[in-house]
Design a protein around this ligand. Structure first.
Ligand code: GLU
Length: 331
């Protein structure tokens, strides 16, 4: 039985919220033993299987965090949301969408199947590897570092500092990722890559290796919750139409092959990555009762033990519980 699940109808108090979340993290942490850390990128296998942490930052300034809150981990697939945003800002929405579709695949994130059987081979969406590689190839600049500069500038605006690339993780993926190379060749054949394949892969592996924390994810989520505007200064960081589309992509395609169930049972835009991170966006909502974070919040989760779909096994359960208790769903 999860403790602290009482109705929060009464006065909402930060200390209470903290107690509830501490309780929930303690409960779901036990479920990390049922998952497995990713090992197909060798260095990811070194992660602490039992880690679980959550950070929630509200537009109202309330910030709650609990569990393993200080770990740095690589952003992995969550970067796909951000490079999609950057490409749309640099190249225009219409152009990016002419090169990458916005449909869920129902296949694994690194599947080659659709590239083989559909004509034209247009990638299904920017959150599967074929779409993400296409997007990385479209970023402005001739080298991987030049291409990622706008991403770093965007990240710095959202999280308040310039994050680093974890070189060991970058090299670990670069030296092993035959499947991404294969996807790259399919894209080359279909004429979807706008940069040399080597530069495209280098850009993609580097973006996946950016090191962040759960607080950083919560801040990114908060900016998206606020339609792309800085929650403190109201400065536009991402144009609203692009932020809207990024959230739609997260809702329909963000949680691998559990995206449908996640939309049904949790009901908020989210994106996970193989290192065990989850970025979740809670837009402002209208309710008759007083509930936590009614003005919207960003949520960051880290729990490297993954389920069969590749999502953080305890993280997804924790997020579902928080969403149900606080009625965070969009629907
Ligand atoms: N760098 C990873 C890959 O392409 C990212 C996968 C993920 O997080 O889904 O295999």
């Amino acid at each position: 039985m999860v403790q602290g699940s009482a109705n929060l109808n009464t006065e909402i108090n930060e200390k209470w919220l903290q107690e509830y979340v501490d309780n929930w993290v303690g409960f779901f942490k036990k479920q990390t033993v049922d998952g497995e850390v990713a090992s197909y990128i060798p260095i990811l296998a070194e992660a602490d299987q039992e880690a679980l942490g959550i950070s929630i930052i509200g537009k109202n300034g309330v910030a709650i965090k609990s569990g393993n809150t200080e770990e740095k981990f690589t952003i992995q697939s969550i970067s796909k949301v951000l490079t999609f945003i950057v490409a749309c800002m640099e190249r225009g929405l219409a152009y990016v969408l002419s090169r990458v579709d916005v449909e869920p695949t129902g296949e694994a994130f690194n599947s080659i199947m659709h590239l083989e059987i559909t004509q034209p081979k247009k990638p299904f969406n920017p959150l599967v590897n074929s779409g993400a590689l296409t997007v990385s190839s479209m970023l402005e600049g001739k080298t991987s570092d030049r291409k990622l500069e706008a991403l770093f500038i965007l990240l710095e605006k959202m999280i308040g500092y310039r994050p680093q690339i974890n070189v060991e993780t970058y090299e670990s993926e670069r030296d092993t990722s035959m499947r991404n190379r294969a996807i790259g060749y399919y894209l080359l054949e279909g004429d979807y890559l706008e940069s040399d394949l080597g530069i495209t892969l280098e850009t993609y592996f580097k973006q996946c290796s950016i090191e962040i924390t759960i607080d950083d994810l919560a801040r990114i989520g908060l900016v998206l919750s606020n339609d792309g505007y800085d929650p403190d200064t109201n400065e536009e960081i991402i144009p609203r139409a692009i932020s809207r589309l990024a959230k739609a992509m997260m809702l329909t395609c963000g949680m691998y092959n559990a995206s449908g169930k996640f939309a049904a049972y949790v009901g908020i835009p989210a994106k996970s990555g193989v290192s065990g991170g989850i970025l979740a966006v809670v837009p402002p909502r209208v309710r008759d009762e007083e509930l936590p974070f009614l003005e919207g919040c960003g949520i960051g989760i880290y729990g490297p033990a993954l389920d069969n779909q590749g999502n953080s096994i305890a993280g997804i359960k924790l997020l579902r519980h928080v969403a149900n208790q606080w009625d965070l769903s969009l629907f």
